[in-house]
Design a binder for this molecule. Structure first.
Ligand SMILES: Nc1nc2c(ncn2[C@@H]2O[C@H](COP(=O)(O)O[C@H]3[C@@H](O)[C@H](n4cnc5c(=O)[nH]c(N)nc54)O[C@@H]3COP(=O)(O)O)[C@@H](O)[C@H]2O)c(=O)[nH]1
Length: 632
């Protein structure tokens, strides 16, 4: 029984142990299975997270690449303004490197120092929730250069907390430059609309505007104002003969002389070709204005040197006064213009206040100018010839061709009345050509009629000499008329050669080689220097009649006349005294051994047919001068 009991106990023990073992194994297996499952879950989780991180990195990379592609700079900062992120464009724009970012670049470093305070204010406002949209700042690059940019920014909020700001920077250099260029172009266009491009002076539009304002001031303060219209004398001739580029340089120099010589308060403008105006305000008396006018004339007197030319300019100035001569721009302009013509009527190189009486003369002059333009075409010009006598032989050796104008309504007009106008308007060029042609044709007729050879002298104006085709013109007329060049004498004045002696020498040498003789007219009234005179191939000096007029009563004229005769002899030149009217004058000239004479004592200028008769009569003798022939 004990044994059975022990066996039972033993069996129970075995059963218990076995059961325990089974339990332990089952528990172990259960734990083992659960561990496996959680390892699997962990693994899954790790894998999932890994994937998520990769996706995030991928997304971050894509985001970065996309942001780097943006054409504008974007940035992020932390709350204190340290730049924590920026794209490639921001790098390029600022010139900083990624390394600079790593070493703690501050946003303020990206902007000009002057913008610092405003930047700080704006930064705080953005942190507190205000959006910044397209505000202009000046970006300062790493190399110190600056550029204009538009900044937009917003706060960055993470889990309800503001962590910093993010924003964009747009470089607007091109736009700002384009706007600047546009503004400059606008300003230039505006300037050009109101200024003369050649002289930089105000033009007519600006001048009128200034005159309006000046008149308004004069009305308000009850003051006087003067308007001076300045017109260069014979400028058209300079332009035509020397070329427009020389003309332009002359105008430019004139503008400089006037600008430098006048007070800044006086408005100076160029309102047309060679027309300048001055507005003088607060004029106390006419004397005030006369002072300015005299100053202008003296400024212009200074010769202008251009290339090989030495130009002597003069001007005519017309003056109108507010309120006496007009109360508005147009009437003041009109009266000043008329006054300018009054000054021209007086011979130029002077000024004239508007006067109603002189205005009739201006009208007359304008009519005359208009008619003169048509005189050649209407065949109203004709030539008279004044004999020149050789005192030794008493023979008529030549004639001077002198133009006359047979006007349709006014009858015969003397050259003294229209040659200055022709010179001033440039009409002397076609008129002079007509004279030369007519004189050569007549000379040829005399030759053909069997008359002894007679030299024909023709006056040549300075403006003709300056024409580029002058030599061709003379040669063409000689060829076409068949007149013997040996019988042609050209009378030139000192002024025609003195402004460009070199060119004059060249031209006159050509004529001399063709056998044409050259006489210096009005000798003694100009400024020829002896050295220049020696270079000119002259054959004759003509003593001006102003010296002969008082040669017997005025010691100076007598001295000058005898000096010229002596000079001619020394230089081997013939000398003609013109304007001989009396026996006493003739006697003086004979005593001085003057070679030839011309004057009313012998004959007035005559029509061609009367010259032939005179020749046939061969009337001159050195002891008994012939009776005066009358000019018809
Ligand atoms: N460029 C050109 N000028 C010309 C031409 N024809 C004339 N003129 C110039 O006009 C000015 C006046 O000329 P005119 O009225 O013909 O006078 C000439 C003579 O009549 C005058 N003269 C001659 N003798 C006397 C005299 O004894 N007394 C006196 N008071 N006058 C006299 O002199 C004039 C000639 O002058 P000049 O030419 O200097 O020899 C005059 O300046 C002419 O030059 C022309 O075709 N072209």
């Amino acid at each position: 029984a004990n044994g059975q009991q022990d066996l039972d106990h033993y069996r129970l023990l075995v059963w218990l142990v076995t059961a325990l073992l089974v339990l332990v194994v089952a528990l172990f297996l259960s734990i083992l299975r659960r561990g496996h499952r959680s390892r699997q879950a962990l693994h899954q989780e790790v894998k999932r997270r890994h994937k998520a991180v990769s996706a995030l990195e991928e997304s971050e990379k894509r985001f970065r690449e996309t942001v780097d592609l943006l054409p504008q700079s974007v940035f992020e900062t932390d709350r204190v303004g340290k730049v924590v992120f920026w794209n490639r464009c921001a790098l390029d724009l600022s010139g900083y490197s990624a390394g600079d970012l790593d070493s703690g670049l501050m946003l303020s470093q990206l902007f000009a120092v002057e913008d610092g305070e405003r930047l700080q204010e704006v930064f705080q406002k953005v942190l507190s929730g205000q959006r910044l949209i397209n505000s202009q700042f000046t970006v300062r690059k790493k190399d110190g250069s600056i550029l204009p940019a538009l900044i937009s920014a917003d706060a960055m909020v993470l889990q309800g907390q503001v962590t910093g700001i993010r924003g964009s920077i747009v470089d607007i250099s091109d736009r700002v430059q384009a706007e600047k260029t546009l503004r400059q172009n606008e300003a230039r266009l505006n300037y050009l609309a109101y200024h003369d491009t050649l002289t930089d002076l105000p033009n007519r539009a600006l001048f009128q505007d200034r005159l309006e304002h000046a008149l308004a001031r004069a009305r308000r303060f009850g003051s006087q104002l003067a308007l001076l219209v300045i017109d260069l004398d014979r400028f058209k001739n300079f332009n035509d003969s020397l070329g427009h580029d020389v003309g332009d340089q002359v105008l430019w120099k004139v503008a400089c002389q006037l600008r430098n010589g006048l007070r800044e308060v006086d408005t100076l403008a160029r309102i047309g070709g060679d027309e300048f105006v001055i507005v003088q305000e607060n004029v106390a008396s006419q004397a005030d204005v006369a002072t300015v006018a005299k100053k202008v004339l003296s400024l212009l007197v200074q010769p202008i040197s251009l290339r090989e030319h030495q130009l002597f300019l003069t001007a005519s100035i017309g003056i109108s006064l507010y309120p006496n001569n007009g109360e508005d721009v147009s009437s003041l302009m009109r009266q000043a213009d008329r006054a300018m013509y009054q000054a021209k009527n007086k011979g130029g190189a002077c000024f004239s206040f508007f006067s109603a009486e002189d205005d009739d003369l201006v009208e007359e002059r304008l009519f005359l100018e208009n008619d003169l333009r048509q005189a050649v075409d209407r065949h109203e010009l004709l030539l008279h010839y004044q004999p020149q006598i050789d005192l030794e032989s008493g023979r008529l050796v030549g004639v001077e061709a002198l133009v006359r104008w047979q006007h349709g309504q006014r009858g015969m007009i003397s050259p003294g009345a229209f040659i200055p106008l022709a010179e001033e308007t440039g009409l002397i060029v076609p008129i002079g050509e007509w004279v030369l042609r007519a004189a050569c044709i007549q000379g040829r007729k005399w030759q053909q009629s069997g008359m002894p050879p007679v030299r024909v002298a023709v006056n040549i104006s300075t403006w003709q000499v300056r024409q580029p085709d002058f030599v061709d013109m003379v040669e063409g007329i000689l060829d076409e008329s068949g007149f013997d060049p040996q019988l042609l004498e050209l009378e030139i004045t000192e002024s025609a050669v003195m402004d460009n002696v070199q060119e004059a020498v060249r031209i006159l040498n050509i004529f001399q080689q063709r056998g044409i003789s050259l006489a210096m007219d009005d000798f003694g009234t100009g400024y020829s220097s002896l050295s220049s005179l020696q270079r000119l191939p002259l054959s004759k000096l003509k003593i001006d009649r102003s010296f002969i007029r008082e040669v017997t009563s005025n010691a100076n004229d007598a001295a000058l006349t005898s000096s010229v005769i002596a000079l001619g002899r020394t230089m081997g030149l013939g000398v003609v005294a013109e304007g001989v009217e009396t026996e006493e004058q003739l006697d003086f000239l004979q005593r001085m051994n003057c070679a030839q004479v011309q004057g009313f004592l012998f004959s007035k200028p005559l029509p061609a047919n009367e010259v032939s008769t005179l020749f046939e009569r061969s009337f001159v003798s050195s002891s008994a001068p012939p009776p005066v022939a009358s000019e018809k």
